[in-house]
Design a protein around this ligand. Structure first.
Ligand SMILES: O=C(O)COP(=O)(O)O
Ligand SMILES: [Mg+2]
Length: 224
């Protein structure tokens, strides 16, 4: 008998369903070039994804995870990034191996599914559509859909209400400490991917209920 027998499952986007860092890096570096500043590269950008694009742009400008750029710099940079990412939302991004099979398994097993991301809705929707996975989800909550985003529990609680499922009977699947903290605050169980983005830190340090190397492992983890 499995420890995890949820009645509903919410899934994070970047670092969980899709490796979006190649497109995000392209846009960060093109933005920096337009500003006459140095490229940051994929290894750095990988550690900066997960708190929304505003925060990514701020991190790119200062070249590190924590801290704030000059506000005038940011006001100049942000619209450039938006323009670039609108043209490069899915040119280089790929669904991770096993994800489609995992989604099909969860759908066929009857789990209501939702996608909860900190990515802005104007990018989430076309990315999910392009990857051909939008229709798996009964609800999609982006970083700007509600007044607060992960690690706040609000998007998770909202989705649980949408499906009429108690948080204690709900599961989040994500890749970062924001997913773990949002899930814990909401009263959800949490499974994390080992391959995602967690600011350069092993997600096991956040003590999720389980860690998976591929969505195909969900078949056994969710088996009753
Ligand atoms: O940082 C982002 O824009 C999105 O990150 P998430 O999909 O992992 O929530
Ligand atoms: Mg993520």
């Amino acid at each position: 008998m499995s420890l995890l027998q949820p009645k509903m499952i919410l899934i994070d986007l970047d670092g969980t369903l899709v490796d979006s860092v190649p497109d995000l890096t392209y846009c960060v570096d093109a933005m920096m070039a337009r500003l006459g500043r140095p490229a940051r590269g994929e290894a750095a950008v990988r550690t900066w994804v997960g708190n929304g694009i505003e925060r990514l742009v701020r991190r790119a400008l200062i070249g590190r995870l924590d801290g704030e750029p000059d506000e005038t710099d940011y006001q100049r940079a942000y619209p450039i990034f938006l323009e670039l990412y609108a043209e490069n939302t899915f040119n280089r991004s790929q669904i991770y191996p096993g994800v489609r099979e995992g989604l099909e398994f969860m759908r066929d097993a009857g789990y209501p599914l939702g996608c909860v991301t900190n990515k802005a809705a104007r990018f989430t929707e076309p990315l999910l559509q392009h990857l051909g996975i939008h229709d798996f989800f009964g609800i999609v909550i982006s970083g700007d859909t509600l007044p607060r985003k992960k690690p706040d529990p609000l998007p998770l609680i909202h989705a649980a209400g949408h499906f009429g499922v108690k948080p204690e009977a709900s599961l989040m699947i994500g890749d970062s400490v924001s997913d773990v903290n949002a899930a814990r605050a909401a009263g959800f169980k949490i499974i994390c991917t080992s391959y995602g983005y967690n600011h350069g830190v092993d997600i096991r340090e956040s003590d999720p209920d389980a860690v998976i190397d591929s969505f195909v492992e969900l078949r056994e983890l969710l088996a009753s």
